[in-house]
Ligand binder design. Sequence first.
Ligand SMILES: Cc1ncc(COP(=O)(O)O)c(C=O)c1O
Length: 632
Amino acid sequence: MIRTWILIGIDALLTAAAFLVSLMLRFEFNFIEYFLRGIWPLIAVGVLVRPLVLYFSGIYKQVWRYATMRDFLRLAIAILTGSVLIASSALYLYPHYVTTLPRSILVIEGVISLIFLGGLRVVIHQLERYPGDILWKRVKLGPARRVLVVGAGSAGVNMIRELNDNPQLGLRPVALIDDDPRKIGGKIHGISVYGPLVNLPEISQREKIEAVIIAIPSAPQQTLQNVKSVCNSLQLPYSTMPSLTSFLKPGEELPPPSPMKLPMSLPDITGEEIEAVVRVMQSRNLSIGSQTMAFEKFAAAQANAAHAVAVINGTAALHLCMVASEIKPGAEVITTPFSFISSANCILYEGATPVFVDIDPLSLNIEPGLVEAAVTKRTRAIIAVHVFGQPADLDPLIEIAHKHDLILIEDACEAIGAEYKGRRVGAIGKAGAFAFYPNKQMTTGEGAVLVTNDEKWADLFRSLRNQGRDQFDGWLNHTRLGYNYRISEMNAAVGVVQMRRLDDLLARRNEVAKEYESRLKNIEGVSQINIVPTTTRMSWFVYAVRFDEKIDRNKVLDLMARRGIPARPYFTPIHLQPFYRQKFGYKPGDFPNAEKAGESILALPFYASMKPEEVEVVCENLAEVVNSLKNP
Ligand SMILES: Cc1ncc(COP(=O)(O)O)c(C=O)c1O
């Protein structure tokens, strides 16, 4: 309290001094006595009013040691408010003040008060100390370690302040690193911001970094893990601010240690896709619009098909193929057991029976040589699945379909852009479906597209996806039983951009597959899946490897997981899924090739942006795991 009274007294004196100085400046020391005699009542008002305004503005409660620019701005506003009140009092005190009070005095006084009172706070800000405060500048400290702070967000910036305020920690921040291009190249608290994060090794070398503080609490675990692994490889000690997720899920176990946390798959999204979605939102046209039409045009063109119809997912697309094929209860549809469950579920949706035919062990696709034997009087269609992005052997299937009057549907959900004997898959049969879940070669979030060369089928698909309305049906008129399988404009807009990028995405996946292939050659007992001669263009969906019979695939899966490297078994054959076993009585041994593949195949992390170093980490770990199983 005493401190406050002292400050009030000083402010009052400084205000009086400001009046005197302004008189001096205005009259260069002439007539000062004359004017002083006239304006002392105003000086008295000023001396009273200004500290009062400061008091009510809360300026005396301020701890100036910790003041920021905002606090100084508040002070300036309070001083100027005081000046306005003093000038208003002058109007009252000197109705004819031209001779007794030159008005410029009021302005000059305001500016000088600003300098005096503001200056006083700047001095306090610099010098104010408390009992027990240590004057670090006078304390001899050992040489500080040069620290790089990862993250130039609020956590990183506060970390810099803390380190600067606590030199006794022996950590001197010398560089910040961030991915935000708006921050890179700038300075924060006098410290340069570098980036992006991938340049960490280079920057730490250039800046002679001795320790790293990771201050990115809201970053994904994977980013954190990658920064840590870079620090490990550079042998830099690091500490990490706890991530927000650790607050959200207390007690959750950390993932097992691994040099890098790799995702199983990763959609390749650029600013273009994001912008496309924003543009749709701005247009307010969120369903059945220009984006869906554009998406369909691109989809038809890439498959060399006459028509394309976009729907909400691959399962819906396959279901519409069954409806269009007039598959009814009691009918049979031939398909492969080695696929994702939708390939058979779509048959069940129409009350028909899936008839499985085993696969060719090389291509992993339906074995055409076994199909004819499965045809009965009730067979209506064949669904050929292009597993993992490798086309099924379509020519013999087309022949069988012609011979027995069957409809051939292509489940190309995993195979956009693939080529069978130089022909794009999708519309080689009657119709086909491509799916765009985020793990696919291209994505729309959720979404799929049907392709066909049959105009009637395309119209039928459009009607079926839109609650059974025909093209010329009026509002709420429904010609047939339909479904709501419409895709949204946001999904379609993402699809348009991804379709434009499709060739690049496929080429980059091909590069990653090549990288895997060259590294896997050195691991005995592990092989890439076969690319058969009819596949003239592979569209890599997953990167699947096959293990020798001597290697226990499930053990590999478990040991890789312990090292933090994800992998997925592909596929548990459909006939061995609990629902199918129960409904149809299937048992192990029914389709031996599909079962053998299902037991020995593992898909490894795979995405277009996967770097060779990441492939290397996967392959090195795989080699170690496989060796440990061979030599327990
Ligand atoms: C072979 C196959 N068919 C059908 C589907 C179903 O697609 P969606 O997940 O979009 O329904 C998938 C999806 O993974 C698939 O791989």
